[in-house]
Design a protein around this ligand. Sequence first.
Ligand SMILES: Cc1ncc(COP(=O)(O)O)c(C=O)c1O
Length: 348
Amino acid sequence: MRIVDFRSDTVTKPSPEMWEAVKSMDNSKLGDDVLGEDPTVNELENKAAKITGKEAALLVTSGTQGNLVSLLSQTNPGNEILLEEQSHIFGHEVGSAARIGGLMISTYPTERGVPSIEQLQDLIRDKEDIHEPATTLISAEDTHNFHGGAIVKPEILRSLKDFAQRNELKFHLDGARIFNAAVGLNIPVTEFTKQVDSVMFCLSKGLSCPVGSIVAGTKEFISKARKFRKMVGGGMRQAGIIATFGLVALEPKWIKRLEEDHKTAKIFAEGLKGFDLPIKIHDPDTNIVIVEFLNKVRIFKIISELGKEGVLAFNISKEKIRFVTHYGIQEDDIQSSIEIIGKVLQNL
Ligand SMILES: Cc1ncc(COP(=O)(O)O)c(C=O)c1O
C-alpha cells in the first residue's frame, strides 16, 4: 500500500543532489565546529547570513533549539515575553522559555498571525512600577503553522517592528517556514527578515534536510547564541556533514521548489471542497491544509481510519486535521488521497 504522509514536512528526506554533495565530501571539509573550525559549517552560516540579510548566522540542531537560544540571548530571567497564543514556541517547545529561560509568558491573539497593535500595547508592563516584570521581547511566527501555514505579510511584521521599537522590545521571528512565505508571495526572504532582530528558520522541513535549523541576526546576538547553543548541548563538532545538506537546500532552485508544495496543497484543498460533507476546508496560503469538522466527530477515529488506508495526518485540535504537503508527495498522491479521504468521511 502506498503511504502518503501528510503529518508534517519534517518527514522529508534529502534530495539526490544533497546525497551527491555528501558523497563528494572528505575530511578536508570537516573540523571541530565548537572551535569554529568546520569549513563547511562556516560556509553554510555565511550563506545563511547572506540570504537573510543579517550580519551572522548559526547552525543549530533544531527549530526548538534555535528559538530557545534566540530567546536566551535577548532576554534575562524574570523578563516577560509576548508570544502569539497558538505559536509553536508557546505550545510545542516543552515550555523551555519558562523552564530554561526563566521567562514569564504573556500571549496575544491574532487573526491568522495578524495581531491588533492596540491589544498588544495593553500587554506592555509599566517599567516604572516596582511590582511588574519588564516586557523585553515579542515573537511572531511566519508562516504560521497552526493557522494553516498562513503568511504573515512583511507590512504586518513592519508594524510589529515599529511596536517593538516604541516599547524597547527585541523582535524574534520563528520563521521555521519563512521560505514558504517568501516563495508564496514571490518576494525575497529579506523582506521578512529585515523587520526582525533575530530569525530562526528550519532546514529540516520543506527544504528537506535530515537535520538542522539556522538562527540569524547581529554578530553580537550570534556570539551570545553560540554560547547558549553550547550550554544546551548543541555543540556538534564535525557538523559539516549536516551543513552539506543545508548548502544544497539554500540554493535558489531548491528554495523555489517549495512552489510545488504550495501547488499540491491548493489542488488538495480544491479536491476536498468537492465533497458534500459538514467540513470546512481552509484555503492554504502555502503548504498546509486545515480540514475543520463542523459536526461533533471522533477525530482520533478519523485519523486512525485514514491511516489504515495509507493517508497519514495529525489533528491540531478536536475539530481540525492538518495536512502538510512536501517533497515526497506528488500530484497523483494528492488525487488518490482525496478519494480515500472522501470514502472514509462518507462511511463514518
Ligand atoms: C513554526 C515552528 N517553529 C518551530 C518548530 C520546531 O522545529 P523542530 O521540530 O526542528 O524543533 C516547528 C516544528 O514543527 C514549527 O512548526
